[in-house]
Design a protein around this ligand. Structure first.
Ligand code: SDX
Length: 384
């Protein structure tokens, strides 16, 4: 007999909304108040005082590193920034019209085939793989971008921080201290966010005792979607399509009338302002004023005003992807690498949750409610 709703341990929830699937000490989101903490530290504090390297260490190991621990961790990441030469060739053979997220997904999968610990499933090997993948993803993002643009590849610079080196490999120029710091904050803000779709995807794969590279490839695949990390690229497309502050109201009204989602707004957990968007908005404002190009920020602010007026009552507010798009544009980064940059940061959270969950693993295997036919008679082919 087919089981019915009442026989289930937990009620059905579409998209697992509100269903806890793990116990974690890595981060917590208060969706009502709009607060986010990593290992007990408010995101605002980490954005002000920490670095991506220090925050990654915190996410993985639970405590802030002391000086020696941080220096060793930074050196470990630096030592693993380079990718094998054949991979540069592989990136070169990827068709130019391939989205950089697909190139990233492909290259991380390839890295798994050449990882020195590929046959080792121990926790120590997982941590070493997490270091290598975190270091190398930044390099792959930069290489895929420059290859796509027909630009020469820039070798990693061991004297630069993770964030500064990422910008250096992308642009060919060593960023000034202020810009490097901004990139560091962007990576911190995007590093971790609880049981989001891409983190959950990585955990599901890891829970079968598959390998770390497969888990991260799964995370990249999930993050790519426009309902998730892929929204930031579409935010800029929308702002450029609107083109002026005057066009905002009619554009948004028309989109809502057509039941279209406004990219960069809304969230499964935050029903108020995403605290990361609040921080990124101020950076976007400062960068716009500094560059003199205030038009895009002004359009974004107007969009925020109209969408909150129309949808605020439903708990729809700007999320992390909204103002990050303006910040990236002000940094003169092309929109197709916005999501790869998100991935280069979120790999810290993906690996953190894989490392944590595997310490008390249980394979993810939810159930489903069958609503198909039962006891159907098999009609022989000649009689159908
Ligand atoms: C990220 O999970 C995470 O933590 C993700 C993330 C992370 O760091 O990992 O924070 C990163 O993915 C941010 C989200 C980026 N995506 C977008 O900006 C795409 C646009 N946003 C929406 O598609 C939507 O808000 C989601 C997907 C983010 C959340 O969708 P939910 O939780 O399924 O919301 P819902 O469909 O239940 O919406 C509730 C109501 C609906 O109205 P009604 O049908 O009840 O009348 O709000 C409306 C929705 O139509 N709504 C929107 C909207 N988001 C929600 N209406 C217009 N535009 C939107 N963006």
């Amino acid at each position: 007999m087919v089981s019915r709703m009442e026989e289930f341990q937990v009620p059905f929830s579409r998209g697992l909304e509100g269903v806890p699937v793990a116990i974690t000490a890595i981060s917590h989101i208060d969706g009502k108040q709009g607060n986010l903490i990593y290992r007990g530290f408010p995101i605002e504090v980490l954005a002000q005082f920490s670095t991506f390297e220090e925050t990654t260490y915190l996410l993985w190991f639970g405590d802030l590193p002391n000086k020696d621990e941080l220096e060793n961790f930074k050196r470990d990441l630096i030592e693993h920034r380079r990718i094998p030469d054949f991979m540069k060739e592989c990136i070169g053979n990827i068709p130019r019209d391939t989205h950089p997220m697909e190139a990233l997904r492909t290259c991380v999968s390839m890295l798994g085939c050449f990882d020195p610990d590929k046959h080792d499933t121990s926790r120590g090997a997982r941590i070493r793989k997490a270091v290598r993948i975190t270091a190398q993803m930044a390099t792959i993002v930069a290489y895929a971008h420059r290859t796509r643009k027909g630009l020469e590849l820039i070798d990693p610079n061991p004297n630069l921080s993770h964030a500064a080196n990422l910008l250096y490999m992308l642009t060919g120029e060593v960023p000034d201290a202020e810009t490097a710091r901004l990139m560091d904050v962007i990576l911190i803000l995007h590093a971790e966010h609880g049981m989001n779709a891409s983190t959950f995807a990585a955990m599901v794969i890891a829970s079968t005792l598959s390998d770390m590279h497969s888990a991260i490839v799964g995370g990249i695949g999930a993050l790519r979607g426009p309902l998730h990390g892929g929204a930031n690229e579409r935010v800029l497309e929308m702002i450029e399509e609107i083109g002026s502050v005057e066009n905002v109201e009619p554009y948004i009204k028309n989109a809502l009338a057509q039941r279209r989602r406004i990219m960069g707004f809304g969230h499964r957990v935050y029903k108020t302002y995403d605290p990361r968007a609040r921080i990124l908005k101020e950076y976007a404002r400062k960068l716009s004023q500094k560059s003199g190009q205030t038009k895009w920020f002004e359009i974004a602010e107007k969009i925020e005003e109209v969408v909150i007026r129309e949808l605020g009552a439903k708990g729809v507010f700007p999320n992390v992807d909204f103002y990050s798009a303006i910040v990236y544009k002000m940094l003169d980064l092309p929109k197709e690498i916005f999501t790869p940059l998100f991935a280069a940061a979120r790999v810290a959270g993906w690996t953190a949750h894989v490392l944590e969950y595997l310490q008390n693993n249980r394979i993810f295997r939810p159930t489903s409610i069958y609503n198909g036919p039962t006891e159907v008679e098999y009609i022989p082919l000649e009689e159908r």
